[in-house]
Write a protein that binds this ligand. Structure first.
Ligand SMILES: [Zn+2]
Length: 492
């Protein structure tokens, strides 16, 4: 037996001193901090370090097999362990083949076999014409599906339209799994694309923003309207089919409001945002800084605030990284800062805990103020909607670390159907834990990150929250800057 003790154990509803008795990788029981240890038990005293549930990241592009030079299972799960992520769910695209058939899932599992340091699960893909594969993919173990309403960036993973969705959604509803949707409208983006590439000032008064290095031009090419139109389509279909739709990487205030309205009408829709939308703002992104390119784009700081309020109101359920690395030559093509041709994706798997915590602290200026920021959100929403105010009332007194655990661990575990054993410090759950210091700040040295390519917009940023030890099913998978248990991750 292992006894793990901390004065700051983060439970779903409270942060308090406690000790965990861990046997066979499972939290067997939770006892008083001062209780006597069973004879023969191994001891791990975390002292005043926080012990949170290991992070569950439901939005990770590992790219292996097929684009292993971009990222792979070994490096990605190493980065995960270093960042306190104990379970990740791999996206069906950017690997070749894409996970749209059972044979492709098999290829993915074979590539992952014996290469993972933390536990890994898989999403399948919905693409035009593969509705007949979906049942078999669920039978083979995918936790749900992902689709795109706009071009995905890789040719082997085609986007879907309403007709394709109508073929897939009956299966999604019947199998009771979520469909994750990249929600931007192809129509709106095509229109905006014309506007920003038309340099004739007579037909395009906004032609001044057509410079490919201009962040403003990139931002204008993917406006909030694109997000709203796509979410509205998914809300309609979710209501019609009774299928669980999950909107990935919500980036705008308007997106949050569209989801809030749907939830108030009891439509089965959930949503996530990402650390980079909660941390950065368009105002600070200089022209040519393609390290910040992602889709949808990082918007003005008013949107960032709206996303935090969306989390506080329970309109956004969770935070996932959308870890999507590429080789530097694709992220900074020709080194000329061209937003139109640079790869859209931000690699932050290892930094999600620190980035989110730092963002929350900045939003509230301190842990105490973070709580009052939640009360501000509560006051704002209780004026407009009864349904969500109830939810917020119940959670508004939660300590900030409990909010983090909810957004980064419990809610994503639920999304992936792993909520009965992952994402919480509770008896009977896997002993997946992160021991960390929320109070120590460090500057991100990109060269020390464990992802395959080190390029990240977080480089040089000061982030609060350093991971000391990560436990995966009771074993130290990461300890004091080094890999502990290697290659012990399971495919879920
Ligand atoms: Zn993604």
């Amino acid at each position: 037996m292992l006894v793990l003790r901390s004065t700051r154990m983060v439970f779903p509803e409270a942060e308090r001193p406690a000790a965990l008795h861990i046997e066979n990788g499972i939290i067997e029981r939770i006892v008083d901090y001062a209780s006597e240890d069973p004879t023969g038990a191994r001891l791990f005293n975390a002292g005043d370090l926080a012990v949170s549930p290991g992070l569950v990241d439901t939005h990770v592009h590992i790219n292996e097999p097929g684009r292993t030079t971009w990222e792979g299972f070994d490096t990605a799960t190493r980065a995960a362990a270093a960042g306190g992520v104990t379970t990740l769910v791999d996206m069906p695209l950017n690997s070749v083949p894409a996970t749209t058939t059972v044979a492709a899932l098999q290829a993915k599992r074979e590539a992952a076999q014996a290469q993972c340091h933390v536990d890994v699960a898989f999403w399948g893909g919905v693409v035009p014409g593969n509705a007949g594969e979906l049942d078999a993919l669920v039978d083979a173990g995918v936790r749900g599906f992902k689709c795109f309403l706009v071009p995905s960036g890789v040719e082997e993973f085609a986007s879907v339209d309403e007709k394709d969705l109508r073929e897939a959604l009956p299966v999604v509803a019947r199998r009771n799994v979520p469909l994750l949707v990249h929600a931007e409208s192809r129509r709106v983006i095509a229109e905006c694309g014309l506007r920003v590439t038309d340099s004739n000032p007579k037909t395009n008064p906004r032609s001044a923003v057509r410079d490919p290095q201009s962040y403003a031009a990139y931002l204008a090419s993917r406006p909030p309207e694109a997000e709203v139109e796509a979410i509205q389509l998914m809300v309609r279909l979710a209501a019609e089919y009774g299928a669980h739709i999950h909107i990935v990487h919500v980036s705008s205030a308007e997106g949050v409001e569209t989801i809030a309205a749907a939830r108030a009408a009891a439509v089965p829709i959930t949503a996530e945002t990402c650390p980079h939308y909660l941390m950065f703002a368009a105002e600070e992104i200089v022209d040519g800084a393609t390290d910040f390119k992602c889709a949808p784009p990082i918007r003005a700081s008013s949107h960032r605030d709206a996303l935090w309020h969306g989390l506080g109101r329970g309109v956004l359920d969770l935070i996932a990284t959308d870890h999507s690395p590429s080789p530097p030559e694709l992220k900074r093509p020709g080194d000329v800062g061209d937003f139109m041709t640079a790869w859209g994706g931000i690699a932050s798997l290892e930094l999600s805990l620190a980035a989110t915590w730092t963002g929350l602290r900045a939003f509230g200026a301190s842990a105490r103020q973070a709580q009052s920021a939640m009360s501000v959100a509560r006051a704002a929403i209780s004026a407009s909607s009864d349904e969500t105010s109830e939810l917020t009332d119940e959670r508004s007194t939660l300590p900030p670390l409990c909010w983090l655990a909810r957004w980064l661990s419990a809610a994503p575990a639920e999304l992936a159907g792993l909520g009965a054993r992952k994402g919480q410090i509770a008896a009977g759950f896997d002993a997946d834990l992160v021991v960390w210091n929320p109070d120590v700040e460090g500057v991100v040295d990109a060269a020390t990150l464990h992802q395959r390519h080190k390029l990240t917009p977080y480089a040089g940023r000061s982030l609060a929250g350093t991971v000391v030890t990560t436990f995966s099913r009771g074993e130290r998978v990461w300890d004091k800057h080094r890999l502990g248990r290697a290659y012990g991750g399971r495919l879920l």
